[in-house]
Design a protein around this ligand. Structure first.
Ligand SMILES: [Zn+2]
Length: 77
């Protein structure tokens, strides 16, 4: 993968298919989250949740390029 934005490598700690780690792209939530900033896909995102202690981070996965994004969202349940 050749990615231009910054990010961090997240190790999920389990072997699920071939993906052991994934790059998380951090962006600010401004007005609306709909269009993928990397590939321009405009029909929204898949959801992904990751528990970290008492917090549950809410990540978004692009339906087209399958990159993972962190807009600072957090599941409160
Ligand atoms: Zn995309």
């Amino acid at each position: 993968m050749n990615l231009s934005s910054g990010g961090e490598i997240i190790n999920y700690g389990f072997d699920h298919g071939n993906i052991m780690s994934e790059k998380i792209h951090h962006y600010d939530f401004v007005d609306e989250i709909r269009i993928c900033p990397l590939c321009g896909y405009g029909d929204g995102f898949h959801n992904m949740f990751r528990r970290e202690g008492r917090k549950t981070h809410w990540f978004l996965i692009c339906s087209s390029c399958h990159e993972v994004f962190d807009y600072g969202l957090e599941y409160k349940g």
